[in-house]
Ligand binder design. Structure first.
Ligand SMILES: Cc1ncc(COP(=O)(O)O)c(C=O)c1O
Length: 409
């Protein structure tokens, strides 16, 4: 063993020892902050990151290539481009779609997308000169309303930009047929829904392009990170080119797109490879926590619209979403303050109705119908955590605190 190998082994061993000594933090009701999510990792990820640093090449390298291969196997796609965030993945997917000769998308063409969304779902449309056509979603499922999609069709519709919000799949039977019949390109944002399935097929693999996020609060994490999946042989090099300054292939100073630099570093992929091994458990635990929370909230249906899985789907819940009923007799802020005081983190449902967000007031967008559900969720929707760091003891405490609040109404 060389001196370098000996020191490395010692170092990795020390990191493992540190994590063993730390152990698991004890839950103290009312004192421990119950996060909506937190990355779960240990000495294995840290050692992989340290090893990647010690190897000396920080840029995209062998771990990234390996991650792309392994993640393809997990989701069931043939090609993957790793990037530095889910938002970057959306930007790359839309940029590639708009520049793929097969789809003939030009400035002013339209993309159907829900108004109840996250900003970086629709930002890349605006940034590429594609007009977002905003439709309503269903409360409980938080999935795009398929009847509203039909009303949104026009001669200029070229694309559907489809987030599986909160980890619950959209109605993919309807949407894939809708896209086929109307010759629309489908970009599926699976950033909230890693591991979710519809008819046994993973979300993010139904459309021409699928995107994923590996941000700290997501199903698996690299700190920041994302990916674009596709089965289209021509699409993958376009995505990669936009990611890598617009260049053609690796190592050449030839550019065929006006691109970006949205590459991750290899250390992120090294951590991601370990996280991928844990992903099956992460998803399973989220589903179990969803079930336990649901059981606890069933008695509170008079006050809340409870989350509801789309038919034929197995969601991979991002959080536990709730919408306060009109006649509940309390305001979201009152409940939210009470929960924060009990150290239970709670958040609005992402951007709510994007039309109401200041940045979009002057944006060139089209609105279909009155968006009443998106509006309702903007004011009365919120979610709490169900990530794998949450166990039955914590759920019991959370449910008891909700009951305590409701008893005072
Ligand atoms: C639906 C959706 N798409 C995209 C993103 C962006 O992902 P990232 O934070 O990795 O940029 C998010 C963020 O949570 C999201 O909820």
């Amino acid at each position: 063993m060389s001196e370098e190998e000996r020191l490395r082994t010692e170092l990795y061993g020390k990191i493992t020892e540190l994590y063993q000594k730390r152990g698991k933090a004890r839950f103290e009701p009312g004192k421990t902050l119950i996060r909506y999510c937190s990355p779960i990792f240990d000495d294995q990820e840290v050692n992989a990151a340290v090893e990647s640093l010690l190897d000396g090449w920080l840029g995209v390298g062998k771990a990234a290539a390996k991650f792309e291969e392994e993640f393809c196997k997990y989701v069931g796609t043939t090609k993957l481009v790793l990037t530095n965030s889910g938002s970057s993945a959306n930007l790359l997917a839309v940029s590639a779609a708009a520049n793929h000769n097969g789809f003939k998308i030009s400035k002013g063409d339209e993309a159907i997308t829900p108004a109840m969304t996250f900003p970086s779902v629709i930002n890349p449309l605006i940034q590429n000169g594609i007009k977002p056509v905003l439709v309503d979603s269903e409360i409980g499922k938080y999935a795009i309303s398929t009847t509203e999609m039909e009303k949104a069709l026009s001669e200029r519709t070229k694309m559907v930009m489809l987030p599986h919000m909160m980890g619950n799949p959209c109605d993919m039977d309807f949407i894939t047929e809708f896209c086929e019949e109307n010759n629309l390109l489908l970009v599926e944002d699976s950033c909230d829904a890693l591991g979710a399935e519809y008819r046994g097929k993973k979300t993010g693999t139904f459309g021409e392009l699928g995107t994923f996020s590996f941000y700290a609060s997501h199903h698996m994490s690299m700190g920041e990170g994302g990916a674009v999946a596709t089965d289209d042989e021509e699409m993958e090099p376009i995505v990669r080119s936009f990611r890598d300054w617009g260049r053609i292939g690796a190592g050449q100073y030839m550019y065929n797109h006006i691109g970006y630099n949205l590459k991750p570093i290899d250390l992120q992929a090294a951590m991601g490879l370990i996280q991928l091994k844990r992903l099956g458990w992460f998803v399973k635990k989220r589903r179990e926590n969803f079930k336990t929370l649901y059981e606890g909230f069933k008695a509170m249906e008079r006050y809340f619209m409870l989350p509801q899985a789309t038919k034929k789907s197995e969601p991979s819940w991002f959080g536990f979403p709730l919408t306060i009923r009109d006649d509940a007799g309390f305001k979201r802020d009152e409940l939210s303050d009470f929960l924060w005081k009990a150290n239970i983190e709670n958040r609005p449902l992402l951007a709510g109705n994007i039309v109401d967000q200041p940045a979009y007031r002057k944006a060139d967008m089209k609105v279909i119908g009155n968006l009443k559900n998106s509006e309702k969720v903007m004011h009365d929707g919120f979610f709490i955590g169900l990530y794998p760091g949450i166990d039955e003891e914590i759920i019991k405490y959370v449910v008891s605190k909700f009951k305590e609040f409701l008893a005072k109404q």
